[in-house]
Each structure stands twice: as C-alpha cells, then as structure tokens.
Design a protein around this ligand. Structure first.
Ligand SMILES: NC(=O)c1ccc[n+]([C@@H]2O[C@H](COP(=O)([O-])OP(=O)(O)OC[C@H]3O[C@@H](n4cnc5c(N)ncnc54)[C@H](OP(=O)(O)O)[C@@H]3O)[C@@H](O)[C@H]2O)c1
Length: 257
C-alpha cells in the first residue's frame, strides 16, 4: 500500500491547471514530473509492489529533502494509523500518560515515537522480551514484557493515570479493556486498532464487544480501521442493547484505512 518515488507523469483528470503538467491535491499541493513524493494508494487492489503506480492526490505528499525515499516508503499506512490514534486525544506538551499495547510492531513503533517525542507523553508499552530495549530506545519510559509480566496488573498498580490507551494487539491481555476503569483517568480514551472487527465479533464477547460491558466509563470512543461496508451494516446500539447496558455511553467511529 505504501510507496515513495518520483512523479513520472501527471494525470489529466486531476490536473486543475489545464496544462497537463501540474496536479493540485486536496491540500493545495501541486506536482510535476520529477518531483519526489511518498504516500499510500487509496485503492489497495493493485498494491505498490511495482515500478509504476497510479496514486490519487489525496494519498500523495511531497518528500521533504531531509527524508530518504526508503524511510518515507514505510510511513504511508502504519505511521498514519499511529498518528490518527494519538493526535485527537492528546494535549501536546501536557505530559499525558499513554499506554501502547504492542509497541514493538509496525504501528506501535511509530506510536511510541509520535507520543513520546512529538507530543511529550509519558509512554508505557508492552512487547516481548527481545523488543523491550527497542521500545525504550524509541522513547517509551516503561516497556512491559508480556511474556513474563501480567500487563493488566502492572497497569492497575499505577492507578488511574492513563489518558489514552492504543491497543495494537486486540484480545491480549484478555482483560485490557474491561479493566480500563482501574488504570485510566475517567475521561480517558481507549483506541482499538488490533483484533477482529467483524460484525459478529462486535456482538460476541470479543475485545471490541467488551465495550458493551463497560458500565462506568461515560464515553468509550473506539476507532475501527475496518472495511467500511462492514461498518455501515453494523448497528452498535443493538449490541449494547443486547447487554442491557446504557446505549448512550458509547460513540463508535470508523476510520477507513
Ligand atoms: N501496520 C499497519 O499499517 C496497520 C494499519 C492499520 C491497522 N493495523 C492493525 O493493527 C494491528 C497491529 O498491526 P502491526 O502492523 O503493528 O502488527 P505487528 O507489527 O505484527 O505488531 C504486533 C505487536 O503486538 C505484539 N504482540 C504479539 N502478540 C502479543 C500478545 N500475545 N500479547 C501482547 N502483545 C503481543 C507484538 O510484540 P512482539 O513482536 O514484541 O512479540 C507487536 O508489538 C493489527 O491488527 C493490524 O491489522 C495495522
């Protein structure tokens, strides 16, 4: 899905200047043959493992001179996902406490860096033994080894301090979400990006379905990077109703990725 490269040709259909040399993107950026760019393709049907691809302007931005094409080619999806899970919920520079479940993975490694280095958060993360030093080198203050540590107990022992949880794993530890009232501030946000997001999983006792069992939190805002069609066909209020819980507490948002 992700790419970095050089503009070979500018498509006539997206040429706002009618001279076939410059393309104006939604953000007002323009491109010409020879420009270095990076991004992600919106339509994943054909991917980016090719010499030539046809990206849309909305998934394409100029490559800053200080960034190598190789580095930029990793950013399109995973870094954007990490960015989207953090930016709306964090006050930059406030020292917010963030827990990133699965910090050593594709999304987690970006999330640690954005949270700790760009937003000034105090980051706790989880990963396996071999990756704890990677996570701390990226900016995490604490790396919990999920192979030797009860992650939920460790979080509980900190008290209700976490403003944001970004769960890149889903389902492990099994009680991460249901125990969140014990380690998150009351107005905290739990962002779920890993796990099974099928409609049936929502209605089952799966990780996302546990939102219905979350009686004390007045707002659980969950971002679901799932198939948009699936999301449209699913009525979360019905699942909450089915549990006999307060349907007004939960807001569900879908992020098309
Ligand atoms: N990558 C993307 O661009 C992207 C975009 C949108 C959504 N997503 C979704 O986000 C989720 C994570 O993606 P990813 O690319 O970051 O995956 P990944 O690179 O495979 O990373 C998985 C992370 O989970 C940890 N982990 C594995 N088993 C665990 C367990 N039993 N308990 C706790 N932690 C465990 C891994 O730690 P160790 O490696 O140290 O064991 C690692 O930090 C997936 O559901 C994926 O579909 C990914």
């Amino acid at each position: 899905m992700d790419y970095a490269g050089v503009v070979e040709e500018v498509g006539a259909k997206i040429n706002n200047n009618n001279n076939n040399t410059t393309t104006q993107s939604k953000g007002g950026m323009s491109y010409k043959p020879g420009d270095k760019v990076f991004g992600k393709v919106e339509n994943t049907a054909f991917g980016t493992l090719a010499e030539y691809i046809q990206p849309s302007p909305s998934g394409c931005v100029p490559l800053p001179p200080s960034v190598s094409p190789a580095s930029a080619s990793t950013l399109g999806t995973a870094a954007q996902t990490a960015y989207q899970t953090l930016i709306p919920y964090i006050t930059p520079g406030a020292g917010d406490e963030v827990f990133i479940n699965g910090g050593s993975g594709g999304v987690g490694t970006f999330a640690i860096q954005i949270a700790a280095k760009c937003l000034g958060c105090v980051v706790t993360t989880s990963c396996s033994t071999r990756n704890t030093s990677l996570c701390t080198s990226l900016g995490a203050t604490t790396a919990l080894d999920y192979t030797t540590t009860n992650v939920t107990s460790s979080l509980r022992s900190r008290g209700r301090v976490f403003k944001l949880v970004v769960d890149c794993v889903g389902g492990s530890p099994h009680d991460l979400y249901t125990a969140a009232d014990d380690y998150m501030v009351p107005s905290g946000t739990f962002v779920q990006i890993g796990g099974d997001f099928s409609p049936s999983a929502f209605c089952a006792d799966g990780v996302a379905g546990s939102a219905a069992w979350f009686p004390r939190r007045r707002e659980a805002r969950i971002q679901v990077p799932c198939n948009e069609d699936e999301a449209r066909g699913f009525d979360p209020a019905r699942a909450v109703d089915g549990r006999g819980q307060d349907r007004g507490c939960y807001r569900w948002r879908c992020l098309p990725l």
